[in-house]
Ligand binder design. Structure first.
Ligand code: NAP
Length: 345
């Protein structure tokens, strides 16, 4: 539940005026930026896609989700916001990793580069472990395994964008909206990383957060021209708030909530601001501290207001204990069984 509450705003938070001022400069970037919104049919991805369409020139936007009716409505809405935009909808249930691969294949057939991979897929359920035909819990798959598979598949296209000869076309960024902070203070269960036998809502949230933190750190090292952001969005009115179980909580939180437009604007800032530079640009002016405590290390843990959080004591200890390697070996094993061998983990 801690995922719903904004990490406290501090003096280093980015003001909305600064966000708006930066976003208004995005029209100076090259036309034709390509953005993929995984979960673009609702909530934070949708609000961000609206701002991306509003502030860029001739963008190509991909929306990935299951709800075709909503997607059709959104396609029209985005065209109204920016008539020069191109919007494609890819209908897939991406709680299945083999469907993630199909979605990525579709994109790769059309695109040579991607500037932004923005991911918010998730499921609000209080049910226990709900196994997919691939042998993973559905919620955990959406929050971790599917997101990392999107990155793994699309990283070459993100690098291609970063190396564009035109610096105005070289934005290359991954933003995963979940919550980096839950996992920073918790030790994952390395004997059961997929939580086959130790699943609870708490362990699922802690694993999805911590495993994502370390996986993004690995991607930032492997792909130094792309920046990787794991962000906590604060409490935002989205599809999540419509769930019967959370409605009363969101009602109480109303005064503290981040508005839909502000959420979209802030996430567009997180998706484009030079302060969250890739590792290859660590030395540039104003670049913030990475999640490992090193300035410009290319992977950032952000609060809803854009404040970058550095190293935690537990993460530092886990890093020394080769957490990244253990987590990634496990993730590769899952991908091998499910995607390469068409099996079940
Ligand atoms: N909103 C908040 O207050 C809040 C607070 C803290 C953290 N978060 C985190 O932020 C993230 C985004 O949440 P949100 O509030 O924007 O959620 P949302 O409005 O419920 O949107 C979730 C999106 O994911 C897509 N999706 C869900 N299951 C899918 C599946 N199996 N296959 C394909 N697409 C699927 C949905 O599309 P379809 O319905 O079309 O499939 C929808 O577009 C989540 O990880 C959430 O945990 C949110």
């Amino acid at each position: 539940m801690s995922a719903l509450f904004p990490k406290s705003a501090s003096k280093t938070m980015v003001s909305l005026a600064e966000v708006r001022s930066h976003n208004s400069t995005l029209k100076n970037l090259a036309p034709g930026l390509v953005a993929v919104f995984v979960g673009g049919t609702s909530g934070i991805s949708l609000y961000t896609a609206q701002e991306f369409a509003r502030n860029t020139t001739s963008p190509h936007i991909y929306l990935i989700g299951r709800n075709e009716t909503e997607a059709e409505r959104i396609q029209k809405e985005l065209k109204t916001i920016n008539s020069s935009s191109t919007i494609d909808f890819i209908k897939k249930d991406v709680s299945l990793l083999r469907k993630v691969d199909e979605a990525c294949k579709e994109i790769k057939e059309k695109e040579k580069k991607i500037n932004l991979l923005f991911m918010t897929i998730g499921a609000m359920t209080f049910k226990g472990r709900t196994e997919t035909e691939e042998g993973l819990d559905r919620k955990f798959a959406l929050h971790y395994y599917a997101r990392m598979r999107f990155i793994q598949n699309l990283a070459p296209l993100l690098t291609a964008a970063a190396t564009d000869a035109d610096p105005k076309a070289s934005l290359s960024r991954v933003v995963s909206v979940y919550d980096p902070f839950i996992g920073k203070d918790k030790q994952p269960n390395f004997d059961d990383l997929s939580l086959k036998n130790n699943f609870s809502l708490g362990t699922c949230a802690a694993h999805a957060s911590a495993m994502q933190n370390f996986a993004l750190e690995r991607f930032a090292r492997l792909y130094p021209q792309t920046s990787f952001i794991h962000e906590q969005p604060g409490a935002v009115e989205t599809g999540l708030a419509k769930s019967w179980a959370l409605k009363p909580l969101y009602f109480l939180l109303r005064p503290l909530m981040v508005g839909k437009k502000e959420s979209g604007e802030r996430h567009l800032f997180a998706s484009t601001a030079p302060r969250y530079a890739p590792r290859s640009k660590a030395e540039e002016k104003g670049v913030v501290v990475g999640a490992d405590g090193v300035q410009g290390s290319g992977h950032y843990h952000l609060s809803y207001s854009g404040e970058a959080d550095g190293e935690s004591k537990i993460s530092a200890e886990l890093r020394k204990d080769r957490a990244e390697e253990k987590i990634w070996n496990h993730t590769e094993e899952v991908y091998k069984k499910v995607c390469d061998e068409n099996g079940k983990y």
